[in-house]
Write a new protein. Structure first.
Length: 124
């Protein structure tokens, strides 16, 4: 699976995941920083990447609207500040690395959403 990190996630997370061999880019690297949520989701679909975001409320609404319009997407990975603190690059890298190991297929999340429910118990 390939990932696009929403603009609120530090690009360093993408760098660290690429060092581990995963295909991950940050919104800033893709040139979508400042784009609307709908544009981010569309960019992820064009790039055949699942979108990773902490913006659960807005993207849940957007997914519902997209489904009603019959639009498809590559998937969304929701992360909660409660399970993986956004400031902890190490914890997010580990959580996403586990996800990518568990779901390696490019189409693993097509038209689906997934919540990361377990963070990294190690201190950041």
């Amino acid at each position: 699976m390939r990932l696009l990190l929403d603009e609120h996630i530090a690009p360093r997370v993408a760098v660290e995941l690429r060092r581990k061999g995963y295909d991950v880019v940050a919104a800033e690297e893709l040139g979508t920083r400042g784009a609307s949520d709908a544009e981010q989701l569309a960019a992820a679909a064009r790039e055949r990447r699942a979108l990773v975001t902490y913006n659960i409320v807005d993207f849940q609404d957007l997914l519902l609207q997209s489904a009603q319009k019959g639009l498809t997407h590559q998937g969304i990975v929701f992360v909660s500040e409660k399970t993986v603190p956004q400031r902890s690059v190490r914890a997010l890298v580990r959580a996403l690395g586990r996800l990518l190991d568990d779901l390696p297929a490019d189409d693993a999340l097509v038209d689906r959403a997934l919540f990361i429910t377990q963070g990294d118990p190690a201190p950041a």
